[in-house]
Ligand binder design. Structure first.
Ligand code: PAF
Length: 289
C-alpha cells in the first residue's frame, strides 16, 4: 500500500494516470475536497478505497464559491498534512491543481442548477452553488471517475451535484456519505478550527436544538412553530445571526406546510454563526410510528 500518493497538478497528468488505470480495468473513485482534511473527509476517502481499485483525492480551495467578504484568504490550508493523511490510507493520487490550471485566462463558463440550489444556503450565499457546480463539473470531467464521494454534512450541495450529474449526463455515480460528528454532536467541519474555546463549548447546541426540533416534528407538531421555537433557542444561546433553521422535504427540499405527513421524509437544516464562524448541519426526520 502506498504511503505517499502520487502528486498530480495538471489536468493532462490526471487524465494520463486515469487512462492507464482504466486500460487495466480498474474502478476509479474521486473524493473532491478543499483540503484541511478531518475525519469527515477521511470517511469519504475510506469509502472510495473500499469501493474502488484506485482513489484520487482532489484538494483545491475553489475561489469561485466564496463571495468577496467570505473567508477564501483565511480558509485553513495544510497541504503536507493532508497528503500524509490520505497517503497513509492508501490514496493513489493527490490531485492539486492551482487556480490557473483550473480557471484558464478568459474562463467564462458557469454551471448553475436551478431547483436544489434555491433557498437555504442558496438564499444567503447566492454565488455559492454556482461556484460549486462549476468546479465539481470540471473535476468530474477531468477525472471521469466511476464514483465521486461527497459528505451529507453539505446535504444541499449533495442534491445540487446529483442533479447536475443527471441533467448533464455525466457518467459518474454520486455517493453521499453520512456526517461524522464529535462525541458532543458537533458536525466535523474545516471551519470548526475558527471557533474560540467559548464558542466551541456552545457549538454542539446547534445539533442538540435541531434534534429537539426533529423530535417535535416527528410527534406531529406544526413545522413552522417548531422552526420558530428552534430559531429562538439558537438566538438565546448566542448564535447570531441564525441564517436559517428549516424543515424541508428530504428529496426535493420543498418547504413543508402544517405537520410532516406520515411516510414523508423530512430533513432539518440549520446554518448559524458563532462569532465569525458559520456552522451548518442537517439531520433526517420522519413521523414517529
Ligand atoms: O464540499 C467541499 O469541500 C467543496 O464544496 C467541493 C465539493 C470540494 C467543491 O469545491
Amino acid at each position: 500500500m502506498p504511503t505517499t500518493p502520487e502528486i498530480v497538478r495538471t489536468v493532462g497528468g490526471l487524465r494520463d494516470r486515469v487512462a492507464i488505470w482504466r486500460r487495466d480495468g480498474g474502478r476509479v473513485g474521486l473524493v473532491p475536497t478543499m483540503g484541511a482534511l478531518h475525519d469527515g473527509h477521511l470517511a469519504l476517502v475510506r469509502r472510495s478505497l473500499d469501493e474502488s481499485d484506485r482513489t484520487v483525492v482532489s484538494i483545491f480551495v475553489n475561489p469561485t464559491q466564496f463571495a468577496p467578504h467570505e473567508d477564501f484568504e483565511t480558509y485553513p490550508r495544510d497541504e503536507a498534512r493532508d497528503i500524509a493523511a490520505i497517503g497513509a490510507m492508501g490514496t493513489d493520487v493527490a490531485y492539486l491543481p492551482d487556480a490557473s490550471e483550473m480557471y484558464a485566462d478568459g474562463f467564462t463558463t458557469t454551471v448553475s442548477v436551478a431547483g436544489p440550489s434555491d433557498g437555504l444556503c442558496g438564499a444567503v450565499r447566492p454565488h455559492f452553488f454556482q461556484g460549486v457546480a462549476t468546479v465539481v463539473s470540471k473535476l468530474l470531467l477531468q477525472c471521469l471517475p466511476d464514483r465521486a464521494y461527497f459528505g451529507e454534512k453539505d446535504y444541499q450541495q449533495l442534491l445540487v451535484i446529483k442533479r447536475l450529474v443527471r441533467d448533464l449526463d455525466i457518467p459518474v455515480g454520486v455517493v453521499g456519505v453520512p456526517t461524522v460528528r464529535e462525541s458532543d454532536g458537533l458536525a466535523l467541519s474545516s471551519r470548526n478550527a475558527y471557533l474560540s474555546d467559548a464558542d466551541r463549548k456552545t457549538a454542539p447546541l446547534l445539533n442538540a436544538t435541531m434534534r429537539q426540533v426533529a423530535d417535535k416534528v416527528a410527534h406531529g407538531d406544526d413545522v413552522a412553530m417548531a422552526e420558530t421555537w428552534g430559531r429562538v433557542q439558537l438566538q438565546d444561546n448566542g448564535f447570531d445571526p441564525v441564517d436559517y433553521l428549516e424543515v424541508r422535504d428530504a428529496d426535493t427540499l420543498a418547504p413543508i406546510e402544517g405537520a410532516l405527513a406520515p411516510r414523508r421524509l423530512g430533513r432539518v437544516f440549520a446554518a448559524a454563526y458563532l462569532g465569525k464562524t458559520r456552522l451548518i448541519d442537517n439531520i433526517p426526520v420522519a413521523r414517529a410510528p
